[in-house]
Design a protein around this ligand. Structure first.
Ligand code: SF4
Ligand code: SF4
Length: 447
């Protein structure tokens, strides 16, 4: 095991961390798939309202590669297909039957897991709907099945507060996880599994398969940051990665021949009375996950997918394919009279101008921006936290000036979209969003 020390980043000391407790939710009435939340794909529907489906029936495929399928996380009837802007499919909702049926897929035994069976494994993963969990750098699109990646990274846990911890999602599933690693090794000999130096569970239970022990603060264990730190040539920029919990789904499909639907989700945040892990299923209704968890009357913002990388969701929406975290924070928009004169002892901030810098107790976050966007003051805060050594202030200015080649030369494609530069910027500039959109546009121009 190699120790890797990532020096840059930031530890956000916020209130609302989920405990290790695991609660099982009851079966929902409906589940859904949200194609518009899956980056880059072009969905082609394979069902219509009223169709009967089983767990694992194809709901839609990616027009760019029709072999990549997206399957139903429930058995029942398609109750609604909701379209968004430009008739993009935004939600496919399935009303569940009391007794759900399964489609049955090919299983692959451990003895069949050799690189000579690579084609067979890839076909099984695509038909079984789990191929989309493998993502390719630098754009984090779904991995190309006809490409051999130089490295596949397996991320055991996530530093973005707060995602499910391996202690909970890997409990009693160590063998399945190791089986998943063997599947990946049949696709690429270089599979690098890593965990943080604070994750005692991974260090004790999975020591024999760990490649890297990572120390540092958010986003130190993002696979893009690890790649940036260890890469030896530019050809490695097209490596793949998969999250630990998603690898369990890959392994379960090949072991059982059934589309796996179990999802462990963490719920936390300062407005959440339930700070724990929840055993639910892919595409569950958000309102089932947060039921009874919101504290008080204050409007709560529901953030799905992590506080830095996630998005605002609604109680009547559903859990996306990749999401494993739900946070409830105050939507507060109150203006603070003479706020700038206060010492800010309880104000989570990167700035050393607040006394909270010395406050080690976790603090509440809300959605209050305390000001509007201003011009960049070249303070350098964004560059000092960027774990891939970019100069975000220069890159976003190049993008706004339409100088995409220059932005690329400043390392735009290394950006791991961690959102830290936006968080620390005293001028409230949405740097990370500007970078992310520029990357997307560049990707679309290339394809
Ligand atoms: S530029 Fe911003 S979003 Fe990108 S990696 Fe650096 S800090 Fe994170
Ligand atoms: S943190 Fe904001 S204000 Fe400071 S250099 Fe970066 S973009 Fe400019």
């Amino acid at each position: 095991m190699i120790s890797l020390n990532i020096k840059k980043g930031f530890k956000l000391n916020i209130d609302g961390k989920p405990s290790l407790e695991l609660k099982k939710t009851s079966k929902p009435l409906e589940v859904a798939v949200l194609p518009s939340n899956i980056p880059y794909i072009k969905p082609r529907l394979q069902v219509q309202t009223g169709d009967k489906v089983k767990i694992g029936t194809i709901l839609f495929e990616d027009k760019r590669n029709p072999e990549i399928k997206f399957l139903s996380p429930g058995g029942g009837k398609i109750s609604q297909i909701i379209f968004g802007e430009k008739r993009a499919v935004s939600e496919i909702i399935v009303a569940l039957d009391e007794k759900e049926e399964y489609e049955i897929f090919e299983t692959i035994t451990e003895n069949d897991l050799s690189s000579s069976n690579k084609e067979k494994i890839i076909r099984a993963l695509m038909e079984g709907g789990v191929w989309s969990f493998l993502r390719e750098f630098p754009f984090r699109d779904i991995a190309r099945p006809n490409f051999e990646p130089p490295i596949i990274f397996v991320n055991i846990e996530n530093f973005d507060p707060y995602h499910p911890t391996p202690e909970v999602y890997l409990k009693n599933k160590k063998d399945l996880f190791i089986y998943g690693i063997k599947i990946l090794k049949a696709l690429c000999p270089n599979v690098y599994v890593y965990a943080s130096n604070l994750c005692s569970y991974a260090l004790e239970e999975l020591e024999e398969i760990l490649t890297y022990k990572v120390s540092g603060v958010y986003p130190a264990n993002d696979p893009g940051v690890i790649l940036y730190q260890i890469r030896k040539s530019s050809s490695q920029n097209k490596s793949w990665y998969i999250k630990g919990q998603d690898l369990l789904l890959v392994a379960e499909l090949l072991k059982t021949g059934k589309y796996p639907i179990e999802r462990i989700v963490s719920i936390g945040g300062s407005l959440s009375s339930e700070r724990k892990h929840i055993e639910t299923r892919l595409g569950s209704p958000i309102e089932d996950i947060i039921a009874g968890a919101i504290i008080g009357e204050t409007p709560a913002r529901i953030i799905v997918g992590g506080i830095f990388k996630g998005y605002k969701s609604a109680a009547n929406s559903f859990l996306g394919l990749y999401e494993t975290s739900v946070m409830l924070v105050s939507e507060s928009r109150e203006k603070e009279l003479f706020g700038f004169l206060r010492p800010g002892f309880n104000k989570p901030s990167y700035s050393r101008t607040f006394l909270s810098y010395f406050n080690k107790v976790s603090q509440k976050v809300d959605c209050n921006l305390h000001g509007e966007e201003r011009a960049c003051i070249s303070c350098g805060a964004c560059a000092s936290v960027c774990a891939v050594d970019m100069l975000p202030q220069f890159v976003f200015k190049c993008i706004l000036a339409d100088e995409i080649e220059e932005a690329l030369s400043y390392g735009l494609l290394d950006c791991v979209e961690c959102g830290l530069c936006t968080y620390v910027c005293p001028s409230k500039i949405e740097i990370s969003e500007i970078l992310k959109k520029a990357k997307e546009l560049y990707y679309k121009e290339q394809t």
